[in-house]
Design a protein around this ligand. Structure first.
Ligand code: FMN
Length: 195
C-alpha cells in the first residue's frame, strides 16, 4: 500500500496522478477506458486535468460513435488502472462535446502534426474501407494537417464522483469522493467504502 492513508491526502494524490498522466506519455493513467451508454467502452488518451481533477478532457473525432452516444446519454465514466501501484480510479461525470469556440481553437492550434493525424481520414471512424489502413503518414505538413480541424472535438468531463480502489498483497482499500455540482454550494463528500 503506497497511497496516502487520509482521505484529504488521498484526494491530492489522485489529483496529482491525473495531472501526471496528462504530462507523461508513459504514465499508467494516461490511457483510461472510456465507457458510454450502450454499453460501449474504448481506450482514450487523457489530454487534460483541471480543477484538481474535477474536469477531465479527451480529444476525438466528432463523427465517432462515442460522440453520438454522448449526445443521447452524456453520462460517462473514465476507468484508469495502474498495475504498478495497484490503483484503479473510476471517474464518473457528465460529458460536454465542443467543436467550436476559442478554447477548441486554442487546443487545436497547440496540437503537433503527429497528434492531428487521426483527424485527417476522409471517411468517418467505423466506415468500411477497401484497404486496412488510411494511408496517412507522418510526412503530413503543418499546413496539410489543418484539414483535420473540421472533425476535431474536445470532450470535457465534469466529474461528479471518483471511486478509487487500491489492491495489493496487504489487502484492499476503496474510497469514494462525491463532488457537488458547480451550481450547488456544499462540501465534497469523501468516504472509505467496502472494496
Ligand atoms: C492507446 C490508445 C489510445 C487511444 N486514444 C484515443 C483518443 O484519445 N481519442 C479517440 O477518440 N480514440 C482513441 N483511441 C481509439 C479508440 O479506442 C476507439 O477505437 C475509437 O475512438 C473509436 O471509438 P468509437 O467508435 O467508440 O467512438 C485510442 C486507442 C488506443 C488503443
Amino acid at each position: 500500500m503506497t497511497a496516502p492513508t487520509t482521505l484529504d491526502a488521498l484526494r491530492d494524490h489522485i489529483s496529482a496522478k491525473l495531472s501526471r498522466a496528462v504530462a507523461d506519455r508513459n504514465a499508467a493513467w494516461r490511457t483510461p477506458v472510456c465507457a458510454t451508454a450502450g454499453p460501449q467502452a474504448r481506450v482514450v488518451v487523457l489530454r487534460g486535468s483541471f480543477e484538481s481533477g474535477r474536469r477531465l478532457e479527451i480529444h476525438t473525432d466528432r463523427r465517432s460513435d462515442k460522440v453520438l452516444a454522448m449526445a443521447a446519454h452524456p453520462e460517462i465514466e473514465l476507468c484508469f488502472w495502474d498495475p504498478r501501484s495497484g490503483e484503479q480510479l473510476r471517474a464518473r461525470g457528465t460529458a460536454v462535446v465542443s467543436t467550436e469556440g476559442e478554447e477548441v481553437e486554442r487546443i487545436w492550434a497547440a496540437l503537433p502534426v503527429g497528434s492531428r493525424l487521426p483527424y485527417l481520414g476522409i471517411s468517418a471512424p467505423g466506415e468500411v474501407l477497401s484497404q486496412p489502413d488510411t494511408g496517412l503518414s507522418s510526412r503530413v505538413t503543418a499546413g496539410e494537417s489543418e484539414a483535420g480541424r473540421d472533425v476535431f472535438a474536445v470532450i470535457s468531463i465534469f466529474v461528479e464522483r471518483w471511486d478509487w480502489l487500491e489492491i495489493g498483497s496487504g489487502g484492499q482499500r476503496r474510497a469514494r469522493f462525491r463532488f457537488p455540482e458547480p451550481s450547488e454550494a456544499g462540501a465534497i463528500r469523501a468516504d472509505w467504502i467496502t472494496p
